[in-house]
Design a binder for this molecule. Structure first.
Ligand SMILES: O=c1ccn([C@H]2C[C@H](O)[C@@H](CO)O2)c(=O)[nH]1
Ligand SMILES: [Zn+2]
Length: 150
């Protein structure tokens, strides 16, 4: 586990926009050796806020990445900031069952080391759709496969 990934998560946390909860979160993931990070961005219309993990995944996709090799998350307080249910599903889209998920504290010390499978057992993922969509690997829904399936 690279210290760099932890440092990226800690740095991302400092950029969080969380005036309502004051619960700052940072996430950093590695894809093919490249690190992508994100922070939570809250909104006055509370449900429109987004999680740090979602930001990191969006950055990865924008950078052309399609799979998560490992992820580090840092929240606020002493309890490990385990990803919310929605983010577990977001991670499932790009992560293998054995994806290492590490939660660190504000000093970068590891509080919890687990896997996506442990966080989201019996999950529903892209493989479930291949019988109807074909192999979607690397394609967006507007990509070639979607068009040829239409
Ligand atoms: O894994 C988590 C858990 C919570 N939050 C954010 C959402 C909200 O802005 C704040 C409090 O729930 O923390 C994340 O970004 N990631
Ligand atoms: Zn979330």
């Amino acid at each position: 586990m690279s210290k760099t990934l932890i440092d990226a998560a800690l740095s991302a946390r400092l950029k969080a926009y969380a005036p309502y909860s004051r619960f700052l979160v940072g996430a950093a993931l590695r894809c093919d050796g490249v690190i992508y990070s994100g922070c939570n961005v809250e909104n006055a219309a509370y449900p429109q806020g987004s999680c740090a993990e979602a930001g990191a995944i969006a950055a990865m996709v924008l950078g052309g990445g399609r799979h998560i090799d490992e992820i580090v998350i840092v929240g606020s307080g002493d309890a490990p900031c385990t990803p919310c249910g929605g983010c577990r599903q977001r991670l499932r889209e790009f992560g293998a069952p054995d994806l290492p998920v590490r939660i660190v504290n504000g000093e970068g010390a590891i509080l919890l080391e687990t896997t996506l499978e442990a966080l989201l057992p019996w999950s529903f993922g892209p493989d479930h759709l291949t019988p109807v969509t074909g192999d979607m690997t690397g394609d967006s829904p507007t990509g070639e496969n979607a068009e040829s399936a239409a």
